[in-house]
Design a protein around this ligand. Sequence first.
Ligand code: FE2
Length: 492
Amino acid sequence: MQSFQLPKRAFTVPIKSYKQEDWQGGNQSLKEEFDYSIEDVEGEIPPDLQGTLFRNVPAMLDVNGQRLRHPFDGDGMICKITFSKGRAHFRNRFVRTEGYLAEKKANKILYRGVFGTQKPGGWLENAFDFRAKNVANINVIYWDRKLLALWEAAPPYRLDPQTLETLGMETLGSFLHEGSPFGSHPKIDPGGEDRETRLVAFGIKAGLSSEITIYELDQIGRVVKQHAHLVPGVAFMHDFAVTPNYCIFFQNPLFFNPLPYIFGFRGAAECIFPLANQPTKIWVIPRDETKGVQVFETEPSFIFHHANAFEQGDEVIVDSISYQNLPTMEFSYQDFDFEKVPPGQLCRFRLNLKAKITSRQLIDLRSVEFPYVHPSCIGQPHRWVFLGAAHRREGNAPLQAIFKIDPESGQQEVWSAAPHGFVSEPIFVPRPDSSVEDDGWILTLVYDSAHHRSDVVILDARDLNRGSVARLHLKHHIPYGLHGCFTSESLV
Ligand code: FE2
């Protein structure tokens, strides 16, 4: 058994905590599909960690030797790690989307990518081709025993949660049709004494004027609420926050110049630009569709992800990852320079619904992304936020650490995989029957550039300084992914 020691806290890492070529190793395609028990384990898998971790990963990063321009254009692959009685099992399958199957058959790129991937043949081959390829590569959720691979601008693909076989497009009982936008960030509202648990989701039709449609699904997968709202201007809203009474959307100040896209020079996302000196708008949409929408403004910023929101007196409080300006959508595998991109930082926004005022507070300087809170805290006050983070406290860099912070007190802990490790979104799994908010585990995939393979790392969320509880060495690497979920069902 080959072992690899990640430092508990890498105080000895030099000022730059990584090498560019090490980080690039995680940007290689994974084309093979595997099905095996994970035997190479350091430490002990907690026997009471029972369930299944799903992750969605853009894993097809080249087609017949042609590199995609941006990893976000890559076909989605679902990875599944099942924990049962102190053991773990790995399986992965590509989502067999229409585009994946067509390109596999043709063995060449047939679609333009939203993030700039072009069909071979130059701009003439790409101009006026407005077909969108649903790559199903952003998130994966498990709801009503359905496993759904999510993209941004089309319905989900449904997969068998055990075999990962693709079963086809999900319509939510004919609420969605071919081309219906369905966002990649549904939220599970845990409900309460007088409220049932619901999946709250949204879709956006973007244009000169955009339309947000909100869906609420009950626990047996029925759409029990659907309402649409018009928003002036381009609405690039990747995520939202939910509370018992509101859905909260941040509209980043942007404009869309479609000409380079129309004429085949750029992908659609590469035609989005910041609107200088314009505020970010915050749309507070009541879940009771008979009540009025409120709009707030805050400082110019750009937000992909929200950690959580909750109601407190007259206020709605939202913790979000905020960038000073729009991070570049352009991507170079060789030359991508993290230091030229602004860091995402955890901020707390307070929206006073009565006084109609907002405030914004920077919680911490560290560059962070992929926030996660205890699932029972969604829409409720939380103490802890878990995040992927840069190793160093200042500046931008790849995510190499897991960061835990209490936004109220600033109390924090860091576990770092630097210099050779690169982390993914941390997923918090509560310990069964626990009543303490951070009593559970953090599950994260770590790309180990020293061995060009990935580890499933289990951390004790109560004490990140303890180091890893277990490291499960996979037989291969997994490219950098986006989002995932955990269910307490052990689905082998
Ligand atoms: Fe996201």
